[in-house]
Design a protein around this ligand. Structure first.
Ligand code: 5GP
Ligand code: MN
Length: 346
């Protein structure tokens, strides 16, 4: 049995908003991943089937690797078509914010969404959501926003609208946010939801190969280089550090998404329980962190890298040079040592 974990009040309020709405805008976090795009497109499919007009607007480009998702060609990208994106929000009588917890996560689009008169609905699984939404479905324990879109429609009694396309999108987000169901949530209900999706024949193998196991030769070589030449281990702290500078990225013709999954690799080493990966971007350093167990990389990203995320997967941005970011990493190790010493003394 899949239980009703979302409170009935939120479901009622959301149902009423959807009933009244005709033009619905849906947006998700910048640098959108399988869960962000999957949940947005699935929601759009479901709303179409309710007779609504729904427009997905992403803050920036959808990675090429997600080009297989049904409906992806309908997405309006804010950085490419600002006017069309603005019109979608101006026209909207309801806005869905998916897979992010704070408006700054959608960049410039955030100011705009913040000012819109239409009610805003959040469906998300990140910690500490901002209190600016008319309805909040915020469940940090959920595997993914895709899982929550499924649960919302289940609790609204509308699962009959879930077709193969929507199932493909929802399966993709649940799969990518759990590393193909290897971490994030052990609840049997996750698999009951997957069973329900499988009845819509989403073709699991095809989705896995497209979303998680398709890399260019350059990107496979770049990941190999990063692991063999650039991985540093700090066994005393259970830590691993990966960093790639602009020249290294250029040498392997880096394209966005080419190092997707790299940050997880050092976790295969038994001595490693958390990993920090720095990638030099033109005006900041992108930070990605992963951990196993109760070591919170959400805390690390909040405290040191202007970011956050989940307990075991978080990210952020560092405004400085790559060398300075590496210095911050070393200062984290020092801080952890101090905190451990203090605890021992107590
Ligand atoms: P990734 O390392 O794959 O970019 O992100 C891992 C998790 O951290 C995702 O859930 C993502 O939403 C979150 N995250 C990534 N980058 C940022 C960021 O710059 N700020 C915040 N608040 N969260 C981030
Ligand atoms: Mn997610």
């Amino acid at each position: 049995m899949i239980s009703n974990i979302i409170d009935a009040k939120s479901i009622d309020a959301l149902s009423r908003l959807v009933d009244k709405a005709q033009n619905i805008a849906i947006t998700c976090h910048k640098s959108p991943d399988g869960d962000a795009v999957g949940s947005s497109l699935a929601l759009a499919h479901l709303l179409y089937r309710m007779g609504k007009h729904a427009q997905v607007v992403t803050p920036d480009m959808v990675p090429k690797a997600l080009g297989f998702l049904p409906g992806v060609h309908t997405v309006v990208v804010f950085t490419k078509a600002e006017q069309r994106a603005r019109e979608a929000f101006e026209r909207a009588d309801l806005i869905f914010c998916l897979d992010f917890n704070r408006l700054h996560r959608i960049d410039k689009l955030g100011e705009f969404v913040g000012q819109c008169k239409a009610p805003r609905v959040l469906i998300d699984h990140h910690l500490d959501p901002e209190n600016i939404f008319d309805v909040m479905v915020s469940v940090p324990e959920a595997t993914s926003t895709c899982e929550l879109v499924f649960r919302v429609f289940m609790q609204m009694g509308l699962l009959h609208l879930l077709d193969r396309y929507a199932a493909q999108c929802l399966y993709t987000g649940m799969m990518t946010d759990t590393g193909n169901f290897t971490y994030g949530n052990d609840s049997p209900e996750v698999y009951e939801i997957v069973a329900s999706l499988m009845r819509r024949h989403p073709d699991r193998t095809w989705l896995y190969n497209n979303a998680m196991n398709t890399f260019s030769a350059d990107s496979v070589r770049l990941q190999g280089y990063a692991l063999s030449e650039k991985m540093e281990l700090f066994p005393e702290y259970g830590a691993a550090l990966l960093s790639l500078d602009r020249d290294e990225l250029a040498r392997f013709n880096y394209r966005r998404g080419d190092t997707e999954g790299l940050v997880n690799k050092p976790l295969a080493i038994p001595e490693v329980s958390w990993v920090v990966y720095f990638r030099e971007e033109p005006d900041y350093v992108k930070v990605s962190c992963r951990s196993v167990g109760d070591f919170s990389v959400d805390d690390i990203c909040k405290r040191y890298f202007n970011g956050g995320g989940h307990l075991n997967a978080a990210g952020g941005e560092f405004y400085g040079t790559l060398a300075q970011a590496v210095d911050v990493f070393h200062s984290i190790l020092n801080d952890l040592k101090k905190e451990n010493n203090d605890e021992e003394k107590q």
